[in-house]
Design a protein around this ligand. Structure first.
Ligand SMILES: Nc1nc2c(ncn2[C@@H]2O[C@H](COP(=O)(O)OP(=O)(O)OP(=O)(O)O)[C@@H](O)[C@H]2O)c(=O)[nH]1
Length: 316
């Protein structure tokens, strides 16, 4: 029998949690592992998560709603500041924060910067340290990192420190269920917030633009992630299609900052853009469950990261 707001165990817990951590710490991959389906985009390039995407973890005794925040980092451009505002806003509203620190990298200034920010959250918000990517280190290295992480909490989150320090590998599934359990215990007693089986409430347009962004970033150089914005202009059901075989036309603008970046995205004779389109289309078809015609246009919007008007137009 599925859970409803009227029929749920009396000690049921439900609430919001958010993962923070420096770029590449493994936040998106962990979200996907917890939810069990691809919802947040992942890539080996830092800062690919621009939008707040929620994954929802359902268990018989609790529900976790995960808000996936962009990588916290020191503000550099206007876009950077906006990302930070977004992170601060998101974190003010959650019941617990998961702070991701990779097991295979020494704690650095970026981690300390984030820990300091977390120290400024309302005193009731518990913070769980998640030591990610444990598959990449030996048990001895892991033990050392767990100790270093606890010390970081004692130093910068005094007097409470971390509510827990949990090692996890999203890649091989080690301790994924433990992470859910630890976070769930920190949620308030509450009826389920979302119906059973719902995995994300992210609007389709955002998910589509994330899929295209992910495809467009595949295999490109480091400078591009910050310079790329994807805007889905419209989604139109194709007329004159048989009812059992529908199709939608999706018109998309891909914005870059410089003509040279436009050439990178398009590739020789348009070959790269065709590949990006094919890969993204397959993912979008799987998401929507219908055939898709994807119309991609690459445009140059100079310095869009620094221009408030352009940022607004691009949905930031
Ligand atoms: N070996 C291993 N690699 C991992 C694991 N989790 C994440 N990764 C890799 O680490 C890289 C970054 O992971 P993401 O999940 O995109 O990191 P993120 O923190 O969301 O990154 P941003 O969006 O840049 O903030 C990717 O190449 C992942 O495949 C893990 O448990 N084990």
């Amino acid at each position: 029998m599925s859970l409803t707001p009227e029929n749920y165990p009396k000690d049921y817990r439900a609430g919001f949690t958010s993962f923070v951590g420096r770029p590449n710490a493994g936040k998106s991959t962990l979200t996907n592992a917890l939810v069990g389906q691809k919802v947040a985009i992942t890539s080996s390039k830092p800062q690919t998560t621009r939008h707040t995407i929620r994954g929802i973890v359902h268990r018989p005794e609790h529900q976790l709603v995960i808000v996936d925040t962009p990588g916290l980092h020191r503000p550099r451009t206007l876009l950077g500041q906006r990302l930070n505002d977004l992170v601060a806003e998101t974190l003010g509203e959650v019941d617990a924060v998961g702070f991701c620190l990779p097991a295979n990298e020494k704690i650095g200034p970026g981690d300390k910067f984030i820990a300091q920010k977390l120290g400024g959250l309302p005193p009731r918000t518990p913070i769980v340290a998640l030591v990610t990517k444990t598959d990449l280190v030996t048990p001895a290295q892991l033990a050392e990192q767990l100790l270093a992480v606890s010390q970081l909490g004692d130093e910068l989150l005094a007097p409470k420190g971390f509510a827990a320090v949990v090692p996890v590998s999203a890649k091989d599934g080690y301790q994924v269920e433990e992470v859910i359990g630890v976070l769930a215990k920190l949620m308030p007693q509450s009826p389920p917030l979302y119906p059973d089986g719902e995995l994300t409430d992210e609007p389709e347009m955002k998910m589509i633009s994330e899929l295209i962004r992910e495809a467009a970033l595949e295999g490109v150089r480091d400078e591009l992630p910050h310079s790329l914005a994807v805007v889905v202009e419209e989604i139109i059901p194709r007329e004159d299609r048989p009812a059992d075989n529908p199709m939608v036309d999706i018109h998309v603008n891909v914005f870059v900052e410089r003509p040279s970046q436009k050439s990178i995205i398009i590739g020789k004779g348009g070959s790269r853009l065709r590949d990006v389109g094919t890969r993204a289309r397959k993912e979008i078809e799987a998401l929507l469950g219908t055939k898709v015609y994807l119309d991609l246009h690459v445009k140059v919007a100079k310095e869009w990261q620094r221009d408030p008007k352009q940022l607004g137009r691009l949905g930031f």
